[in-house]
Design a protein around this ligand. Structure first.
Ligand SMILES: [Zn+2]
Ligand SMILES: [Zn+2]
Length: 356
């Protein structure tokens, strides 16, 4: 089969013929119809996040936002049959640990990631899904494989951040810092839940794109301190502040900006990792957090148990992840998209849809 193979960090990946991944009795092979190209793929290819314990086994095929069709199934697989249209969440669980058993497969004790598991990369004609009855989700009739690719990672991460971890309610004010893939998804989801949404980013083009999916207001934070961003917010919506802030970017400046937008009793949800400079740690104004009773939670992916609600909202048309797709490319173009990522800020999702 054809696959895009990364052999060394930061060395151009090559489209080549490789053996079809072998599957065990609990696994399946999915034929991707669509696979998103995510900044996480680029980060791990770049050798980032090693400080977080993330080691990429090389050579490997990346690509972890897969919508596709089941091609063949192992002997023990019961729920999935060849021909079924499926979504493959990027976080694989064992299905058996205390976390998986209570529906928190994103916190599995024996986790595996779509972007670090050999044979499971979606930039290929076939991708293996381990323990597939647990780790593969059938798509409802009105959810396309492209929708599935669009919600495979950034969108489902935002869904958990907004819906489950921040418990956003209709009528609340939600600030989203960072209007990239996660941020724009968070804007759309919060807006669909009936919140007033303010998007914050340093680029006008990203803010325009956020407005197109539901942001009521936008603040360009370029050159502004977190306190100055708060002043801009007060001018737009009054001085009470936001009920919820989603840090869709991560890092000292982004997290502090998000925190400072909060009303008393506000909740911050951090959905982004820190930067190479921060290396996992940032400084927080803890006294303010005490005086204003701010809470801070992290969020990681989206457990499989939360998919039915997400897919129902897509099936009914209330959420439309597919409209965040701005570009469709071929397997041969994946390296070119990687080359663009450090300097070119995509305003939407780039998805591989040609696997020849
Ligand atoms: Zn991703
Ligand atoms: Zn588990």
């Amino acid at each position: 089969m054809r696959a895009v193979v990364a052999e060394q960090f930061r060395k151009p990946m090559e489209l080549m013929d490789v053996p079809v991944p072998e599957i065990g009795a609990d696994d399946i092979l999915v034929r991707p119809s669509a696979c998103g190209i995510c900044r996480t793929d680029w980060h791990v290819w770049n050798g980032d996040w090693v400080w977080g314990g993330l080691k990429l086994p090389l050579p490997i095929t990346l690509g972890h936002e897969i919508g596709g069709v089941v091609d063949r199934v192992g002997a023990n697989v019961k729920r999935l049959k060849p021909g079924m249209r499926v979504c493959v969440p990027f976080n694989f669980g064992d299905g058996d640990c205390p976390y998986c058993r209570k529906g928190l497969s994103n916190l599995c004790d024996n986790p595996a990631w779509g972007f670090t598991t050999p044979g499971s990369g979606g930039f290929a004609q076939l991708a293996k899904v381990p323990n597939a009855d647990f780790n593969c989700i059938e798509l409802p009739a009105n959810v396309t494989e492209k929708d599935a690719a669009a919600l495979g990672c950034r969108y489902m991460t935002s869904f958990r951040a907004v819906r489950t971890r921040s418990e956003v309610q209709g009528g609340e004010t939600v600030v989203v810092v960072g209007a990239g893939g996660v941020g724009r998804s968070a804007v759309e989801i919060a807006s669909a839940l009936g919140a007033l949404v303010v998007a914050i980013d340093t680029k006008d083009s990203a803010l325009e794109a956020a407005k197109a999916v539901g942001a009521n207001h936008a603040i360009n934070s370029s050159g502004l301190t977190p306190e100055e961003v708060r002043e801009s917010l007060d001018t737009l919506i009054g001085s009470r502040g936001a009920d919820v802030a989603i840090d869709a970017m991560g890092g000292q400046n982004s997290t502090l900006t998000a925190l400072h937008t909060l009303a008393k009793g506000g909740r911050l949800c951090v959905a982004g990792l820190t930067t190479q400079d921060d290396k996992g740690a940032i400084t927080l104004p803890v006294d303010l957090m005490v005086f204003r009773e701010w809470s801070l939670v992290g969020t990681l992916g989206n457990p499989h148990a939360d998919y039915p609600e997400l897919l129902r909202l897509v099936d009914s048309g209330k959420l439309q992840p597919g409209r965040l797709i701005t570009e469709e490319v071929a397997l041969a173009d994946v390296q070119g998209v990687f080359d663009r990522l450090p300097t070119f800020e995509t305003e939407g999702f780039v998805v591989v849809t040609d696997f020849n």
